[in-house]
Structure formats: C-alpha cells, structure tokens
Design a protein around this ligand. Structure first.
Ligand SMILES: Cc1cc2nc3c(=O)[nH]c(=O)nc-3n(C[C@H](O)[C@H](O)[C@H](O)COP(=O)(O)OP(=O)(O)OC[C@H]3O[C@@H](n4cnc5c(N)ncnc54)[C@H](O)[C@@H]3O)c2cc1C
Length: 220
C-alpha cells in the first residue's frame, strides 16, 4: 500500500531482506558447530601478545595463533591498549516494531524523505533509522523511537493503536564509512573486522571470507 502523501516510488527487484536476524545467526552458528567449530561465550577484557600468538584475557583466558577483533563499536577497548588507533565511533540507531502489522506492506519500503526503513519481519513490522552520536554508555533516548513511531503511524495510519517494542543498537562507524578488514599493521596474527557502519549484516559474509582467506590463504 502507498503511504499517504507519497507521489512516486522506485521498485528495486533484487532487494533482499533477512526476516529474522536472530534466526539467521543461529543457523550460521549451528552450521559452524556442525562443521567442527567450537563456540564459547565470554567477555574479553584484554589481548596480550604471547610468543607468536595472542592470549585473550578474561573468562577462559585462552591462547590462539590468530585472533579476529570483531567487537563492533566496542573494539577500541581492546585495540587502544595495544596502541592500535582506529577512529571508530558508534552511530546509534533505533527501531520500533509493531506487533500485528501483517499485510500493511509486503516488502521493505524506504520512506526516503524521512530516511526510515519499513520492513515486514517475522515478528512484526519494523521501522528503523536515525543516527545519534551518543557514545557507548548512555541509555537509549526514547524521543528518537517516539519520532520513528510517529512517522510510522503518519505513513501507515492502520498501525495506530498497535503495541510496539523499541530497540537501540550501535553501528560501528569509520569517518569514511570504509570498514577495516585486514591484519593489524605490525601485529602478526591479530586481525581486524570492524567499522561496518550501517551494513554490518549485509557485509558479514564477504568480511568473513576475506579474513579466512587472509588466515588460511586465498582459495584458488
Ligand atoms: C537501527 C539499525 C538498523 C540496522 N539495519 C541494518 C541493515 O538493514 N542491514 C545491515 O547490513 N546492517 C544494519 N545495521 C548495522 C549493523 O547492525 C551493524 O553494522 C553490525 O551489527 C556490525 O556488526 P559487528 O559484528 O561489527 O558488531 P556488533 O553487531 O555490535 O557485534 C559485536 C559483538 O561483540 C561483542 N563484544 C564487544 N566487546 C566485547 C568483548 N570485550 N568481549 C566479548 N565480546 C565483546 C558485543 O557484545 C557484540 O555482541 C543496523 C544497525 C542499526 C542500529
């Protein structure tokens, strides 16, 4: 359905959507474990060089020949102490997800004038957007999700009265929007996969391939 006050739109027929990011990640981790990988969930407080490898300090405290720092907007807490300077900043974003907004739209609709993405997800109709430079510690600012909710209801009045959940997340951003996907200079075995900006989910697979090529040698 066309949002009111919209005069024209552009149809992108090769646009793809992940309907449930959690289920997507769970499927990938299951495939990783199925292929012999091991998963351990633990906070890493520091990285220290040990011989020709790296020790992860914190729960577990294990040593590895290669370590990939992919800690999103928090990566500097691990890199700064090693003298690796990366101008990474969080661009905080928000979404509002309506329960029961089925059938309002059938695919992602970008409200380009408002810079808001509306996507029918498995668990509800989600409106995401906004950029806030607010650091890592500050709590979410409800005024931002309120604005998203207002835009959603103005654009699709049938959403009025539906219950909605809000969320704030951190987009790890570089000043030039180009992610860092490489071995850290002068630090053999320490790999960086950071700064994926607004496209970290989209870019995750090419990033993983580039890092694994770097560690294991490029595929022929
Ligand atoms: C509102 C919003 C909408 C978005 N929409 C899209 C979209 O449509 N498509 C898209 O591709 N991207 C989208 N993004 C961007 C995407 O979410 C990010 O680019 C992506 O999450 C970055 O991935 P990452 O793995 O680098 O960091 P994260 O996803 O932040 O993951 C980093 C992980 O490291 C963990 N961690 C941090 N420090 C430590 C430590 N010391 N020890 C152990 N673990 C640690 C964190 O807990 C976290 O789980 C959106 C972001 C927002 C906020």
């Amino acid at each position: 359905m066309r949002p009111p006050a919209t005069r024209f739109g552009m149809f992108l027929d090769d646009y793809a959507t992940i309907l449930n990011p959690r289920r997507y990640v769970e499927a990938m981790t299951a495939a990783f474990v199925g292929a012999g990988g091991e998963i351990e969930r633990a906070g890493v407080s520091a990285l220290t060089r040990e011989g020709d490898g790296w020790r992860l300090q914190g729960a577990g405290s294990r040593r590895f020949e290669h370590v990939v720092v992919a800690a999103g907007a928090w990566s500097r807490t691990l890199l700064d102490p090693l003298g690796i300077r990366v101008p990474l900043e969080s661009q905080r974003g928000y979404h509002v997800q309506f329960e029961g907004g089925d059938g309002v739209i059938s695919r992602t609709v970008v409200l380009a004038g408002k810079k808001v993405f509306a996507t029918p997800m498995e668990l509800g109709l989600r409106f995401g957007g906004t950029v806030e430079i607010g650091g890592l510690a500050r709590p979410p600012d409800a005024r931002r999700s309120d604005v998203l909710q207002r835009i959603a209801v103005e654009s699709f009045p049938q959403l009025a009265g539906l219950s909605a959940q809000t969320w704030m997340g951190h987009r790890p951003c570089m000043p030039n929007s180009v992610p860092v996907i490489s071995e850290a200079q002068g630090q053999p075995g320490l790999w960086l996969a950071i700064g994926h900006d607004h496209l970290g989910l989209t870019d995750s697979l090419p990033t993983a391939l580039r890092i694994s090529d770097g560690i294991c040698g490029a595929r022929s």
